[in-house]
Write a protein that binds this ligand. Structure first.
Ligand code: AR6
Length: 201
């Protein structure tokens, strides 16, 4: 098992008075970051979208990604994946106007109380994105907190499954170099940070 050395630090967001939270952890050769922010602002090889199984677009992260990426994203998605994408899986498109090479459209589970395979489906959605990152030679990838918005997955439970899935993958495969969770708001950041701190001791 890789050594884990957490360092947590608050950093002033450039150009604003707001303090944005950042937490960094190293798993062997791989770095895991938690940041508070907007996933569409990230400059990484792959940005992950929290999509639905029809890849039909929607609100939340999905809406923001399609707005920022432009219409080319939906055109490509429709052309290449007319049947959508099953829950727990992910598909890749190019990233349009986003500052990335790819968007990985991941489909997380709808929360139905926790007894319907939600945890395994959520872990699988993260794993599939990391596999796509390796296949597409992506050194850096940014995730939102899949399923924790419209799909209703409790954030603290999602943090546990998501971070464990990513840690397992990074420890086994030793890539990608950087995995960043981009968490919308202090509440989501805090939930993920608490789980990551617990994992590091
Ligand atoms: N950057 C980072 N995180 C964000 C952003 C953003 N720009 N916008 C929202 N979040 P959701 P889901 C957070 O609802 O639960 C869509 O309609 C948000 O606060 O985007 O997987 C799809 O089409 C929450 O914590 O995704 C599907 O139908 C998290 O991202 C459905 O919603 C995920 O919220 C998918 O639902």
């Amino acid at each position: 098992m890789s050594a884990v050395s957490p360092q947590s630090q608050g950093a002033a967001a450039r150009g604003t008075n707001q303090r944005k939270q950042i937490m960094l952890v190293q798993f062997g050769k791989c770095r895991l970051e938690l940041v508070e922010g907007d996933v569409t602002d990230q400059q990484v090889d792959a940005i992950v979208n929290a999509a639905n199984d029809q890849l039909a677009g929607g609100g939340g992260v999905d809406g923001a990604i399609h707005r920022a990426g432009g219409p080319a994203l939906m055109e490509e998605t429709r052309r290449r994946y007319p049947d959508g994408c099953p829950t727990g899986d992910a598909v890749a498109t190019t990233a349009g106007n986003l500052n990335a090479k790819y968007v990985f459209h991941a489909v997380g589970p709808v929360w139905r109380g926790g007894q319907h395979g939600e945890a395994e489906l959520l872990r699988s959605a993260y794993r599939r994105c990391l596999e796509l990152a390796v296949e597409h030679n992506c050194a850096t990838i940014a995730f939102p907190a899949i399923s924790t918005g419209v799909y209703g997955y409790p954030t603290d439970r999602a943090a546990e499954e998501s971070l464990n899935a990513v840690r397992e993958f990074l420890t086994e495969r030793e890539q990608p170099e950087l995995t960043r969770f981009v968490l919308f708001g202090e509440g989501a950041f805090g939930a993920f940070a608490r789980v990551l701190e617990g994992m590091s001791v």
